[in-house]
Design a protein around this ligand. Structure first.
Ligand code: AIR
Length: 427
C-alpha cells in the first residue's frame, strides 16, 4: 500500500512508494475535460513567431537561444532527439534533413525555416519553397555557395579578389596545375568540406597520389587553389535583411590549427584600409549571392595589405561567436531578426576587445567537460558548452569568450579558462 502524500489543487492525488511516485487523477472525467478546456486557451493564446532550424548542432543551439529570448518558438529538425539544439528548442522533430517529407513537415509547423549547415541537399530543400514556405538563405543562394568552385566563380564575377583556382578532373591535370600555379598547392573537395575535412596541401609533386586518394578524387569533384602566403586570416560576419539592409560586424583575426578555427581576436590588428576593404568585400559578396541572414566571410590579408576573399559560409559562423558577449546584438540575434523581417541590431562592440577560444575535444570520450569548476574561477571568462553527447579529437565541444580593454588582456582570460577545460581523455 502506497502512503498518500497530498491532493493538489488540480485534484491530483500524489502517492509515493520507495523511490517511485505515482500521480493518480481523482477527478471524474467530465471535470477533467472542463479542466483541460480551461487550460487550453491559456496555452494556445500565445501566438509566437515560429522558427524552424534544419540541423541541431551548436550553431542551431545558439540561434535557438537568441530566438527564444525574443519570444519565438523554435523547432529543430535533426536525426536524433538529443542534439545540442534539441536541449534548448521548444520542440525537436527527428528526421533526415535530406528527406523532403521531413523538411515539409518542419516547414508546415513554422513561419520561417533556416539552416545551420550548408550540407543539406538543395534539391530536397527546394520542396520547402515550392510549397510556398519561407526559407532563408534561399536554395538559389545555397546552390551558389555549396559547390566551392561555383562560389569562387561567383565571387570573381562580382569583381572580388580571390586566390587563383581551377577545376581538376584527374591526377594528370593536377600535375599540370602544380606547375602552372606553383607549390604548395591546395587541393579541395568542391562540396561538403569543413574544419579541414576536404582539404589537402600538396607540398611536392610526389604528394599528388596521396592527395588524390585522401580526397577520393575518382569519386568526388575536386578543384585546386594556389597557396596564399597570407599575413593573417580575417573574417567578417555580415547580416543582410530581406529588404537588403546590412549589418556588418568588426573585422576579426582568426587563428587556425590543423584547418580548425582555434582563436578569434576582435578587432583584428589590421590597417584601416584593410578593415574598410574587408567590409566592402563582405557587402559585395552577400549582395552577389542575394543572401538573407547572417553569413561568415573568410578573407586573407597579405604582407602588403592586399585583401582577398577565401570563402563564404551561408550561416552563422564560428568567427562570430564572440558577438554574443562582445557586441550589442549578436550574429545569432541578427540572423533571427533578418529571418522574421525585423530591424537589424547594432554590431558595435560593447568593449574595445573580445577574444574567443574554441574548446576542441582531445580524444574520444564523454561530451561532458572536465575541469569546468577551475575554469569558472577565471574572472570575465564566458564559458559555452555545447552539450554534445560525445567528444572526438578536434571536435568543437564549446568555446570561451572574454571581453576587455584590449586584445591581450581578453586573450589572457579566455586562454586561461579554456586551458582548464578538457573533453575526452586528458592524456
Ligand atoms: N557547423 C556547420 N558547418 C560547419 C560547422 N562547424 C556546425 C553546425 C553543425 C555542427 O557544426 O552547428 O550542426 C556539427 O558538429 P559535429 O561536431 O557534430 O560535426
Amino acid at each position: 500500500m502506497f502512503p498518500i502524500n497530498a491532493i493538489d489543487v488540480r485534484g491530483l492525488l500524489h502517492v509515493t512508494g520507495g523511490a517511485r511516485s505515482l500521480i493518480v487523477n481523482l477527478l471524474p472525467m467530465e471535470a477533467l475535460k472542463t479542466q483541460k478546456n480551461q487550460e487550453k486557451p491559456a496555452s494556445s493564446a500565445r501566438i509566437a513567431p515560429r522558427l524552424g532550424i534544419i540541423g541541431g548542432g551548436q550553431l542551431a543551439r545558439m540561434t535557438a537561444v537568441a530566438a527564444l529570448r525574443l519570444g519565438c518558438d523554435v523547432i529543430v529538425l535533426e536525426r536524433n532527439d538529443h542534439s545540442p539544439a534539441a536541449q534548448v528548442a521548444t520542440r525537436c522533430l527527428v528526421g533526415d534533413w535530406n528527406n523532403p517529407e521531413a523538411l515539409l513537415k518542419l516547414a508546415s509547423q513554422v513561419d520561417v525555416v533556416s539552416i545551420e549547415n550548408e550540407f543539406i541537399s538543395t534539391d530536397a530543400l527546394a520542396v520547402i519553397e515550392k510549397a510556398g514556405h519561407r526559407l532563408f538563405p534561399s536554395t538559389e543562394t545555397l546552390r551558389l555557395i555549396q559547390d566551392k568552385l561555383t562560389q569562387k566563380q561567383c565571387l570573381q564575377r562580382a569583381g572580388l579578389a580571390t586566390t587563383r583556382f581551377v577545376a581538376v578532373e584527374n591526377q594528370q591535370r593536377l600535375a599540370e596545375v602544380t606547375r602552372e600555379f606553383g607549390l604548395p598547392l591546395v587541393l579541395k573537395a568542391r562540396r561538403n568540406g569543413y574544419d579541414g575535412k576536404g582539404n589537402y596541401t600538396i607540398k611536392t609533386e610526389a604528394d599528388i597520389p596521396d592527395a588524390w586518394k585522401a580526397l577520393n578524387g575518382d569519386r568526388n569533384e575536386l578543384y585546386a587553389e594556389a597557396f596564399c602566403n597570407y599575413h593573417a586570416e580575417l573574417a567578417v560576419i555580415i547580416t543582410r535583411g530581406q529588404d537588403g539592409a546590412m549589418a556588418v560586424y568588426p573585422v576579426v583575426e582568426t587563428v587556425q590549427r590543423d584547418h580548425i578555427c582555434h582563436i578569434v581576436r576582435a578587432p583584428a590588428a589590421v590597417s584601416p584600409n584593410a578593415h574598410e576593404k574587408a567590409h566592402q568585400m563582405a557587402r559585395a559578396a552577400i549582395e552577389a549571392i542575394e543572401g538573407v541572414g547572417s553569413f561568415g566571410i573568410e578573407l586573407f590579408v597579405s604582407e602588403n595589405d592586399e585583401v582577398m576573399i577565401n570563402e563564404l559560409a551561408p550561416r552563422v559562423h564560428n568567427s562570430g561567436h564572440y558577438t554574443i558577449e562582445g557586441c550589442v546584438c549578436s550574429q545569432f540575434e541578427n540572423h533571427v531578426r533578418a529571418l522574421f523581417g525585423w530591424p537589424l541590431g547594432s554590431t558595435a562592440m560593447v568593449n574595445p576587445a573580445a577574444v574567443m577560444v574554441n574548446l576542441l575535444g582531445a580524444s574520444q570520450g564523454s561530451g561532458a567537460p572536465l575541469g569546468i569548476e577551475n575554469a569558472l574561477q577565471v574572472g570575465g571568462a564566458h564559458i559555452h558548452i555545447y552539450g554534445k553527447a560525445m567528444s572526438g579529437r578536434g571536435r568543437k565541444m564549446g568555446h570561451v569568450t572574454a571581453i576587455g580593454p584590449d586584445v591581450a588582456r581578453a586573450e589572457a582570460a579566455a586562454q586561461s579558462a579554456a586551458g582548464k577545460i578538457f573533453f575526452g581523455s586528458t592524456t
